[in-house]
Ligand binder design. Structure first.
Ligand code: ADP
Length: 497
């Protein structure tokens, strides 16, 4: 442009003042950001500058010579007659806002100013138009409208203030939350709603905002016009002017009284639940303890009776009683273990023992007690020492083997695997029974969890697997199950060597 201007300067030295003026006008028209168009009184376009090309998409040679209706939408064609009439009377039209049509059919909002063109003799021979594209201005106005609608309909109080703390805007939610009307609040200092013992918060907020920082979800209290304190969550952002200078702060305040009440209620209910749970654990602990003493005496007396009674039928009854008492004792013992775990009092021995022997013993015990089942042990080793509580590990094995039999009605075969891996021993108990549905797998080791399966009537308390989990994890091992519903399950556990 500079070079062009330079060359114009050079050439104008030889021009007459009228020619010089003409050259300057041409340069202005060529470089204008506004479209500049001229036309005859009949509406025929006679000039079309580069900005008109850009705005309407027609190159100069396509527009000049055409009727101006080229860019007038059909429903606005009447405007042309009105414009030409005015121009013919020598009138100027300023900032007439309307719509014109681009070559690609796009409707462009414009502001147009039209002046008559006079001949040398002072006759009106046409009109010149300066057209400004209003698209950006309309978009900005629309954006402003959307923002205003958001602010006016927000449930959160939205307000702004200067860096000196003077309130500059106050939306309807702020009116509702704090009770002050917009007129009462705007122009006042923000301390209007700050409780006196929190006034220093304002200095902190202004300090942060002045540094360009945002404050998010700052929980505090504000005072309403009626004196009531309102718990709020406050987010504050700096307001920056066109030149990037911080000139104030915008605040969004959310009333969190309902949220807080809900949280307090949840905490209260949770506390109540925890208390009830502790009472239940205490009851189970006490009850199992109280049950243990009479059970031990019944067991003792039944054993004496079993030795003394020789008559077939009566002996069978006593032996059946003994069997049931043993089962009951083991349930009570399990319940006592649960309450010991809850009280953090489940103790473990920490001795070296041969895991292969413990597995073989458990397999023998279960095989003898259930002679209709074949329990096969697959093990490649006879001795492997690990550290821990042999008695508790046997409890895990007996629990898993008992479950394998209980939950496999109509089958007669259980497999037990014992494998040594680099740093651990891995034990698996596989049955071919009812299996476990996918949805239950995650909960199966939880306390008191039992699968709700109407087809199986096995009694139980849902604590066997929980105890297995506690014992294995306290030995720093892992326990898990692989199962196909209806086909069987394999419970695995590992113990570190
Ligand atoms: P209980 O057997 O006393 O109910 P457990 O904690 O031992 O308690 O087992 C929890 C639940 O897991 C059982 O109710 C049963 O539904 C399921 N379960 C345990 N072992 C097996 C198994 N081998 N096959 C299928 N389901 C099992």
């Amino acid at each position: 442009m500079k070079n062009d201007a330079g060359s114009i300067q050079a050439k104008t030295e030889d021009l007459s003042p009228a020619e010089e003026k003409q050259a300057m006008l041409s340069a202005i028209v060529a470089t204008s950001d506004d479209a500049i168009i001229s036309k005859t009184l009949k509406g025929i376009i006679t000039s079309w500058n580069p900005a008109a090309e850009r705005l309407f998409g027609y190159p100069e040679k396509e527009a000049v010579g055409k009727h101006i209706s080229l860019i007038i939408p059909p429903d606005r064609i009447g405007e042309e007659e009105m414009i030409i009439n005015g121009i013919s009377r020598g009138e100027r039209i300023s900032h007439f806002e309307t719509i014109r049509m681009a070559r690609d059919g796009r409707m462009i909002p414009i502001s147009v100013s039209i002046s008559p063109i006079l001949s040398n003799k002072g006759l009106i021979i046409g009109a010149s138009k300066i057209v400004r594209d209003l698209t950006d201005r309309i978009k900005a106005v629309e954006k402003e409208g959307v923002l205003a609608a958001i602010i006016n309909t927000s449930d959160d109080a939205i307000l702004s203030k200067t860096l000196e703390g003077i309130i500059t805007s106050w939306n309807p939610a702020a009116v509702k939350m704090f009770g002050y009307t917009e007129t009462e609040a705007v122009g006042q200092h923000i301390s209007l709603i700050i409780p006196s013992d929190r006034i220093e918060e304002e200095a902190y907020i202004i300090n942060e905002v002045s540094k360009g920082n945002k404050i998010d979800h700052f929980q505090t209290l504000r005072r309403a016009k009626n004196g009531m304190l309102i718990p709020i969550s406050l987010s504050v952002s700096p307001i920056v002017d066109d030149r990037g200078k911080i000139i104030g702060a915008s605040k969004i305040a959310r009333d969190i009284s309902a949220e807080q009440a809900l949280q307090q209620e949840t905490e209260r209910l949770y506390g109540q639940l925890k208390k009830l749970n502790a009472q239940k654990d205490e009851f189970i602990g006490l009850a199992s303890h109280e049950l243990k003493t009479p059970l031990t005496s019944i067991n003792g007396y039944l054993q004496i009776l079993a030795q003394q009674i020789t008559e077939g039928r009566n002996k069978m009854f006593v032996l059946k009683c003994l069997q049931q008492v043993t089962r009951l004792s083991s349930l009570v013992e399990d319940l006592l273990d649960v309450s010991r775990i809850e009280a953090g009092k489940l103790r473990f021995a920490n001795e070296d023992f041969n895991i292969c022997e413990v597995v073989a013993d458990a397999v023998d015990l279960i095989s003898h007690a259930n002679d209709s089942y074949r329990v096969t042990l697959h093990s490649s080793v006879g001795e492997y020492k690990i550290k821990g509580d042999a008695h508790r590990i046997e409890q895990v094995l007996v629990n898993l083997l008992t479950n394998a039999i209980r939950y496999s009605p109509g089958t007669n075969h259980i497999e037990v695997y014992l494998d040594l891996e680099t740093d651990k021993v891995k034990i698996g108990i596989k049955d071919f029974g009812i299996g476990i549905a996918k949805g239950d797998l995650d909960s199966i080791f939880s306390r008191y969890y039992r699968v709700d399966d109407n087809n199986i009537q096995a009694a139980g308390l849902g604590i066997g697997l929980y105890l297995c989990y506690e014992i294995v994890t306290r030995h720093k091992g892992n326990i898990w199950v692989e199962s196909i519903h209806g086909k069987g399950s394999t419970f695995w556990f590992t113990l570190p060597c």
